[in-house]
Design a protein around this ligand. Sequence first.
Ligand code: ADP
Ligand code: MG
Length: 234
Amino acid sequence: MAMKLIALSDLRKSYNLGQPSQAEVLHGLTLQVQRGEFVALMGPSGSGKSTLLNILGLLEPCTAGSYRLGGEEVSGLDDAELTLRRRATLGFVFQFHHLLPAFTALENVTLPALMSEGRVSAQHLQHARDLLAEVGLAEAEHKRPAELSGGMQQRVAIARAVVLNPPLVLADEPTGNLDQTASNEVFALLRRLHAERGITFVVVTHDARLAARCDRLLELVDGRLARDERALGG
Ligand code: ADP
Ligand code: MG
């Protein structure tokens, strides 16, 4: 098993704005993330954090350069191949939970299994229940998102992100919409999943206090890597 989970080499991203001049927002990123790292990604608004996360998550293609995920070059894959890699490798947590409002917490957590296999087996259902208990929401499994606090909604979203045991979870400002207490809880949960399951995390955050509790800090400024520091708080 390759130790390098992510390897970017001179990765570039432009948005075609319909003019001859293309707007390049990532200007040649070269970096690696090892399996098991817990990485914070910081940077001013507009610096390219979400763009980078979307490329890492195979939601958007890069324009040039190389992206190797788990040792495999993924920048040239077609949509069907990307979808398979996404299901096998990735979990996502966003700033706004993106839970389906008409579904219960439990149904939301079983959704990835439904999408990936077309059905929810008894085993998947039990696993989803166990996970909800693990994130402290055993009592809430039949509640709909609107009946839960912001922090609880985000914990459901995190359970959903890890339910298929992805090696890599990408989180884009997962605490951006939460107060400090809920932020701390959500962040502690991410750290616990990292410690207990060995999941690799890349977490975009504006909160320097939370970033200081990561193993490594990457900072983007204007689409370039301005900082890469290891072994902060842990
Ligand atoms: P961040 O997440 O750090 O705030 P983004 O990755 O969202 O930054 O955006 C980086 C730059 O790319 C910004 O200048 C933004 O306007 C631009 N951008 C992002 N998405 C698109 C898009 N779909 N089309 C055109 N420009 C975009
Ligand atoms: Mg963003």
